[in-house]
Design a protein around this ligand. Sequence first.
Ligand code: FDA
Length: 411
Amino acid sequence: MLQVQNRNLPTHGAGFMARAMTWDVIIIGAGAAGMMCAIEAGRRGRSVLVLDHAKAAGEKIRISGGGRCNFTNFDIQPDRFLSQNPRFALSALKRYTQWDFIAMVDAAGIPWHEKTLGQLFCDRSAKDVIAMLLGAMDDAGAQLRLNTSVEAVAQREGGFRIETSAGALDCAALVIATGGKSIPKMGATGFGYKIAEQFGLNLIETRPALVPLTFAEQELARTKDLAGASVTAKVACNGASFDEGLLFTHRGLSGPSVLQISSYWREGDLLEVDLAAVANVGETLKTARASAGRVSVKNALARVIPEKLAAQVVAEVGLEGNLADQNNAAIDRLADRVHRWQIKPVGSEGYRTAEVTLGGVDTDHLDARTMEAKAVPGLYFIGEVVDVTGWLGGYNFQWAWSSGWAAGQVC
Ligand code: FDA
């Protein structure tokens, strides 16, 4: 738990009981971005207070990566972030890189490993990352006040007044680090968007992203028996494609490749799915026909994709009998159905399960170097509340660290 420090204390003159306490920097939101910003601003000698209405800091870090926090990625590239202005994130990502965060993790003695595709996870627990951040905040003299909700924010001479459930607070710089709308039961409120609107900043329409996709009843009737089956699939939509795991669920599709494509998919769009991305079904079945023609088509296909899926695909294409009974055109039709399955989801599971929120505070209204609102000096937006959304795989935390670090240099 953070201790009150005897440095960086807020300034308050005589008679302060009647006046609001004054801080150099107040950060609303003790998530990844807010804590990183607090560390950096505190290190610069600023008096820093972080407010959060939750009962613990870094709750999303705690549950992230299945409890092991996929805290960054070896391969941070600009094209792995979605935004109306794809260049906006570059400055922060270049100035505070994945290597900087890895160095911080190493200095804290946290063991980690690469899982797949450059994704870095804690060996032990995501709680290691939270403890590291809280420790660094403590060292930097930043203070944390939990269970505190913010009721109103107003601009005043020299800064801002924040009305909280624990009274009024004044600050010179106000940093909004309240995240997006995903997982409301964990404290996500969309509060940051309201503040942006209050101060005249534009918002890019928000929608759930990195989220499972759902099917209409008719499609579900065909696929729900497959719930639990998984394949390595290439899923494509709107010019993007991802070659990772796909999972059939009771409501539609999930798995990394589907979560990834959900950021690109819009209502009405078809997904094109290669259900056997690592195989060539046509070649495999034709070769098998020559050496084991008495194997049923279904069993032959079940060597490439899960049995239930194989049975369904073979029935849908209308093939019966053994491999030897099939001519090349029939095998090609089957291969086409496996490699080019077209499916139109009807929606997504929504913010209830989405990992992130696409859209947010319009980057045109923010300074890319500092995250400060161009028209409101002293007001900063960092992390997920900004219209920058990363791919699955540690990219969203890297954006939180980088944007929090950037604001922390100047706020
Ligand atoms: P974040 O949401 O972390 O923090 C916002 C804080 O503001 C919260 O503490 C909240 O309580 C507080 N707050 C909100 N409204 C408030 C108000 N009105 N008053 C006071 N406080 C308020 N990313 C990744 O890179 N690797 C991963 O492994 C995962 N895994 C993952 C799993 C799951 C289940 C989810 C939901 C998300 C992920 N993510 C992820 C995404 C990642 O968690 C997310 O992008 C970052 O946490 C965003 O950090 P922020 O600090 O911007 O917001």
